[in-house]
Design a protein around this ligand. Structure first.
Ligand code: BGC
Length: 816
């Protein structure tokens, strides 16, 4: 099992934990262990309040328990590794054009009984390890992707059960991966270095207590084998005829150990599998399999045929309007698996060091007919625990929720990527901040974002600008409004949903550096410099009738400047940094004054007459109170002008329905949500989407595609509506003063002719659930509030108006 650092406490997955030193004591349930910075041996343990003992003697007793447990339990991966292994590299001369995978081997003999065996592995590239022919662990694309220039994760596995008396063989294969392979755009290679390298340390504890380390060193051997080519964007070629032989000695290298860190987030693992729903031949004659779901992972194939038979599997998200296989939107990514048979009966193939975003595959060269039994698609994504469920009476909205979740699955592969299929797949910061709150409803993304945000801070430029992608592979390009605000938005969101102050504390310098960057680049508190993406992919008229919804980029920038400053103030207050809070409050006032002076008319009209301009101004409280309702009315008018369609891009969309609901326009929010013609959330659903599209019109009403240069069918950004669906439609929110759902706000907004809506969220205290329905024109609601929390429940009438408030404790309730 993969034992990530500080992660595999026995109690973490909800098991009860019993102190071995105090067997008489009752069991304690441990919530997430929180790493203590710079103290790799220690974690803080949180207990559910069920276990809270009330008397002070008992409190003391409990404290003792914690201390005892801190020293009693094996902390799996928390002890820093005492690296004795050496970095090693292949000893043969490599074919520099195709760069086949590197195979490493170490054989050893065990003459005594082993009580425990742990292995620590990392590499430059990607690794897969086997011990005596059996795969080690269930993690893929390891060691994962971090800012390799500064830190590199290693993984720890318990391999006790894989050892055998006598001879043992440890094999590790390395592929190019993010380290030196072709990923991102531009077809570049060797971003982090030219050479693969392996570091591997097996630690044996014999039953007599003696210890032995078998580390990578010059006694290991290297060669090539069946994996002839493997790159993230282009795919993998396996020639099963190639033997793993002709071993050569390895070289040792001096990369040191200083940048090594224990793995931080959930690894990428295999999840759902899909069987073909349709196998057919396209008008162009391609043999195609449809798996029914746009997913990220690969296809596992069974086949028998003569040696040398070559099969290729290409991947596509969509078919064109004639029904042919469509790969133009993958741009430079070849996304192809190539398999060559060895002819020894039934053979099983799957790639190792690549991944694909696809729903369809085109198979060429397969001996015989394509049969469903022989093809299985498997989804690979970060092993985050599912936390949210959402369902309502409208099947199209349920499909939208499905698409949002699959957008998340397909793009949470160790880093949050913009898209998983074309030659890009990068950690675009704007996309991630936009979607972060929705993501935290569907899955537990605490560790996922904790890891990635550390890289955001590490990549931040000396001038304070956060980079556009993290890990930064675009040479420091950064400072774009709405993108670099990832520095403030995600930490604040994670604080709200997980109540994790340490997250804020850790990111605080980065938050501050970003706000200071904007200040330094402002004149008279107006930030109107720099290159920005703006309200990316907002509505453009298909027939050039002048209705494009373009919001001035600097107007947007001033809003995000204010927003980030506000979040910094919030964080300063939570962390007791009162001087900072005061200083930035003064600044915030000036930022808003400058905004009003530059972009707002006396009557509350904005310079850019767009939905996004009004949405941002209202969401971030840019306008004086008195003019807000006026601005909200302009927003409503604008939506009606587009015949109840949204026109927002990446930056306006997440807040659109929130602003409408806040200013009393629930009806309009529902009209937008239920709109099913372009542009709208349900338009792609009606076009058969199974994930969220990058563009509102990836497939146009006439069936043609948007420009292939930028047309992903799996881009989670517009899925940010999920946050409104959970928080406003269903009505589950946290009180910001009691974050992490310690105090829950339940305030559903019924509407849109929905007859029911039910949602649940697994929090650190337990499951919150809300289930409302309209019956006989009456609003009825069942609510579950987990132990050790309280909730303020607001019950509306059937029209979603006139709320009555109830303050409740944990328990199950019915309201009507
Ligand atoms: C990505 C986006 C990203 C954008 C920056 C695109 O190529 O796919 O999602 O945020 O560039 O504007």
């Amino acid at each position: 099992m993969l034992a990530g650092a500080r992660t595999d406490w026995p109690g973490q997955r909800g098991h009860d934990l019993q102190c071995l030193h105090c067997l008489a004591l009752k069991q304690f349930r441990v919530l997430s262990p929180i790493p203590i910075i710079n103290q790799p041996n220690l974690v803080t343990l949180n207990f559910t309040d069920t276990d809270m003992l009330i008397s002070s003697t008992q409190k003391l007793f409990k404290l003792l328990m914690v201390l005892i447990m801190l020293v009693s339990f094996d902390t799996k991966g928390q002890t820093p590794v005492n690296w004795q292994a050496k970095w090693i590299q292949a000893g043969f001369k490599e074919d520099s054009a195709t760069r086949p995978a590197h195979y490493f081997r170490k054989s050893f003999t065990l003459s005594r009984k082993v009580k425990q065996a742990k292995i620590y592995i990392t590499c430059h590239g990607l690794y897969e390890a086997t011990l005596n022919g059996k795969r080690i662990g269930r993690a893929y694309l390891t060691p994962g992707w971090t800012e390799y220039k500064k830190r590199l994760q290693y993984q720890e596995y318990d391999v006790t059960s894989q050892l055998q008396p006598g001879n043992n063989t440890l094999d590790v294969v390395l592929g190019d991966g993010w380290y030196r392979g072709n990923f991102g755009f531009g077809g570049h290679r060797n971003y982090y270095g030219k050479e693969l390298a392996l570091l591997c340390q097996l630690e044996l504890t014999y039953s007599n207590g003696k210890k032995e380390v078998i580390g990578s060193d010059d006694s290991w051997q290297s060669t090539n084998g069946p994996i002839r080519y493997a790159e993230i964007n282009n795919g993998e070629t396996i020639d099963a005829r190639m033997p793993v032989k002709n071993w050569t000695v390895v070289r040792t290298a001096n990369y040191g150990y200083n940048d090594l860190i224990p793995t931080e987030a959930e690894p990428i693992t295999k999840h759902e599998t899909f069987k073909p729903v349709k196998i057919f031949t396209t008008p162009k004659g391609e043999k195609v399999i449809d798996f029914g779901q746009n997913l990220v992972g690969w296809v596992m194939m069974k086949v028998s045929g003569p040696a040398g038979t070559k099969i290729t599997i290409r991947h596509a998200e969509v078919l064109d309007k004639e029904g042919n296989f469509y790969t133009e939107n993958l741009r430079g990514a070849k996304a192809t698996s190539t398999y060559i048979l060895n002819g020894n009966g039934e053979e099983n193939f799957e790639p190792h060091f690549t991944y694909y975003g696809f729903r369809f595959i085109a198979v060429d060269g397969y001996p015989g007919d394509l049969k469903p039994d022989n093809f299985t698609a498997v989804a690979l994504y970060a092993d985050m625990a599912p936390t949210g469920t959402f369902e309502c009476s409208n099947p199209l909205l349920n499909q939208l929720q499905h698409n949002i979740q699959w957008g998340q699955k397909g793009n949470f592969l160790d880093v949050p990527t913009d898209c998983p299929q074309r030659d890009e797949r990068l950690g675009w910061t704007g996309d991630a901040q936009v979607f972060s709150r929705t993501a935290a409803f569907n899955f537990n993304v605490h560790r996922f974002f904790s890891k990635w945000m550390k890289d955001v801070a590490l990549d931040q430029r000396p001038d304070g600008a956060a980079t556009n992608v993290v890990p930064d592979v675009l040479n420091g390009a950064g400072g774009a409004t709405g993108w670099a605000d990832v520095t403030t938005i995600i930490p604040w969101n994670m604080y709200l949903v997980y109540g994790d102050k340490d997250f804020l504390e850790r990111q605080y310098p980065s938050m501050k550096a970003w706000v200071d960057y904007m200040t330094h680049n402002s004149v008279n508190d107006l930030w109107n410099k720099g290159r920005h993406f703006g309200d990316w992919l907002s509505y453009r008229s298909p027939n050039d009738d002048g209705s494009d919804a373009i919001t001035d980029k600097y107007e947007i920038a001033q809003c995000f400047y204010a927003h980030s400053t506000q979040l910094l103030i919030n964080a300063a207050k939570v962390l007791g940094k009162t001087d900072d809070a005061r200083q930035y409050e003064e600044l915030l006032k000036k930022i808003k004054d400058a905004y009003n002076h530059e972009y707002v008319t006396a009557s509350g009209r904005l310079m850019s007459n767009t939905q996004t301009a009004y949405v941002l101004a209202l969401q971030f409280d840019m306008l004086p109170e008195a003019t807000r309702p006026v601005a909200a009315k302009y927003l409503a008018d604008n939506i009606q002008m587009y015949n109840n369609h949204l026109t927002t891009g990446f930056l306006g969309t997440p807040y659109l329905c929130h602003v409408l609901s806040r200013f009393g326009y629930d009806d309009l929010a529902y009209k937008l949500l239920l709109q099913d013609t372009y542009p709208s959330w349900l338009y792609p659903v009606k076009k058969g989407a199974t994930t969220i599209w990058e563009r509102w019109d990836g497939i146009k009403p006439d069936g043609n595609f948007q420009a292939s240069s930028m047309n992903s069918f799996n881009h989670y950004a517009y899925g940010a509506i999920g946050d409104w669906m959970y928080r406003v439609m269903a009505g589950i929110d946290t009180d910001p003063d009691y974050p992490g759902y310690k105090k829950i706000i339940i305030k559903p907004h019924p509407g849109g002719k929905l007859t029911y809506c039910k949602a649940s969220l697994k929090t650190q205290y337990g499951i919150i659930s809300v289930n409302w329905h309209i019956e006989d024109n009456k609003f009825k609601m069942d609510v579950v509030v987990p132990k050790n929390t309280t909730a303020a429940v607001f019950v509306p009438d059937a029209d979603g108006k006139n709320y009555t408030e109830h303050d409740i404790k944990a328990g199950e309730y019915h309201f009507e």
